[in-house]
Design a protein around this ligand. Structure first.
Ligand code: NAI
Ligand code: 13P
Length: 431
């Protein structure tokens, strides 16, 4: 085994069921079993699941009376039986057709993370990143590292990079779009002629185009064609955690149910759960607005206002997102699901969030221009905040927190003033 392969293997994800069982780590064993519910059935699965259950209950249930423990085990076992039954019926995407190539537009943090996630599971498949920078391509192809965005990670050997769009797209069965929202239109225009009309585009970008007020689900069809197959992938998923193989849940939204199912099967792994939905608007608007709310959460953190203030702010932000998203036609299940509440929690409380970091620095008194100049990565909420106000007006909803973020970013009021004004708003009935 080469040094590179060894390094790659060391970064191989997490919860190894056998190790967890051997070490008597019941929690890890249960987590492993739950995650395995996405993998294809294995001959010894039933025995493994039984071992997991007994390992998990051996010393954990002593506090419960025997009847209660029996009930718990029986519920768990029926859940596992149900899971095995459905997994046995499920056809994996590799059973349906041979996966040979996926192209990724944009080789920043998330494009790379999604490429790696797919490449690890399908070692015979090529994943090609389409970039603009030839030096970064060289690093990816020769050092197997994305030295600009994720330098601590070794990429699998079946991930490569090129600046040649035609070469990147040729033979691809799926395209992942991970170019920031504000650059998407120009980027797609530049490669439009090379895109086969049936090549499914999986957009992972979250935000609203400032010049048009459009979501990605409007931008992409407006550049390509209304019939171009598209899926919108969103949810709580920091790139670095995906790279580390930490358990992650996302949602694939498409009006085309069969396509959403294909994308679910493409990305599902022992480390990734993928829900499907037809609620494209809901997934997209939640994914865009949570970035703006994360800036507000960062501001509260930077001002050191404390957990009470943070909880009140996030709850108010959730309500504002719900008010607007509902008027735009989003489903309640989406708003409380992975791409809604899930991503709000991650981005508002997770220190890896770039949007939250912008807010923290604003709260500490730094100037927006300095913050943006010091980061090479996109914080989509900064641009999105500017257009939320237009949406609020269009759909006749009041969004005090999200509007305040735009005011602060615009330099019209300070973060402290914004908090003061929000606290002084009239007291309301909860809705
Ligand atoms: N980083 C994360 O954890 C997650 C990011 N996202 C979303 O994915 C999208 C991409 O984010 P990241 O990869 O994190 O951003 P990033 O800032 O790390 O990388 C952006 C990539 O887009 C490329 N790019 C920038 N302008 C371009 C242009 N004009 N033409 C072509 N390519 C261009 C950059 O060269 C870079 O490769 C964003 O919308 C973000 O909200 C979604 C989920 C998680
Ligand atoms: O969307 C994200 C996680 O789901 C990433 O958030 P940031 O862009 O704030 O880092």
């Amino acid at each position: 085994m080469t040094a590179l392969q060894q390094q790659e293997q060391q970064q191989q994800p997490l919860v190894d069921l056998a190790d967890a069982l051997a070490a008597g780590d019941a929690a890890a064993a249960v987590a492993g079993a739950a995650l395995r519910s996405q993998s294809p059935p294995r001959p010894a699965q039933a025995a493994l699941d039984a071992a997991v259950v007994s390992a998990a209950t051996a010393d954990a249930g002593l506090l419960y009376p025997p009847e209660e423990r029996k009930e718990i085990r029986s519920s768990w076992n029926s859940l596992m039986r149900w899971s095995r039954y459905f997994r046995s019926k499920e056809e994996s995407i590799t059973e349906r057709f041979k996966l040979e190539k996926v192209v990724v537009f944009g080789g920043g943090s998330f494009g790379t993370a999604m490429a790696v996630s797919l490449a690890r599971q399908n070692k015979d498949m090529q994943v090609t990143l389409l970039l603009r920078d030839p030096y970064l391509c060289k690093d990816i192809n020769e050092l197997h590292k994305n030295t600009r965005y994720l330098e601590d990670f070794v990429l699998p050997p079946n991930v490569n990079a090129t600046t040649a769009a035609a070469e990147a797209i040729a033979g691809a069965q799926f395209a992942i779009h991970a170019v920031p929202v504000q650059h998407t239109r120009a980027f797609l225009q530049s490669i439009k002629e090379l895109l086969p009309p049936a090549l499914p585009i999986i957009s992972v970008s979250k935000g609203i185009e400032v010049t048009t007020g459009q979501l990605m689900s409007e931008v992409i069809p407006s550049v390509l064609s209304k019939k171009h197959p598209t899926v919108y992938l969103s949810g709580p998923s920091f790139a670095k955690e995906v790279m580390r193989g930490q358990p992650t849940g996302i949602v694939a939204a498409s009006k085309d149910k069969a396509l959403a199912r294909s994308i679910q099967r493409l990305f599902a792994s022992p480390f990734m759960r993928v829900n499907t939905t037809t609620d494209v608007i809901g997934v997209e608007i939640c994914g865009s607005l949570k970035n703006v709310l994360a800036i507000a959460a960062g501001i509260v953190e930077g001002l050191e206002l404390g957990p009470n203030a943070m909880a009140a702010l996030v709850a108010q932000g959730c309500a504002e997102i719900r008010w607007l998203a509902t008027k735009m036609g989003a489903k309640a299940a989406t708003i409380s699901g992975l791409s809604g509440l899930g991503d709000i929690m991650l981005t508002c409380y997770g220190s890896l969030s770039r949007n939250r970091s912008v807010g923290v620095r604003l709260g500490r008194g730094e100037k927006l221009a300095d913050i943006l100049a010091s980061s090479s990565q996109v914080a989509e909420g900064v641009a999105t905040a500017a257009v939320v106000v237009n949406l609020a007006r269009k759909y006749r909803v009041q969004l005090p927190v999200l509007t305040a973020v735009a005011q602060v970013l615009d330099g019209h009021i300070t973060a402290k003033q914004a908090v003061f004004e929000i606290m002084a708003l009239p007291q309301i009935e909860e809705r």
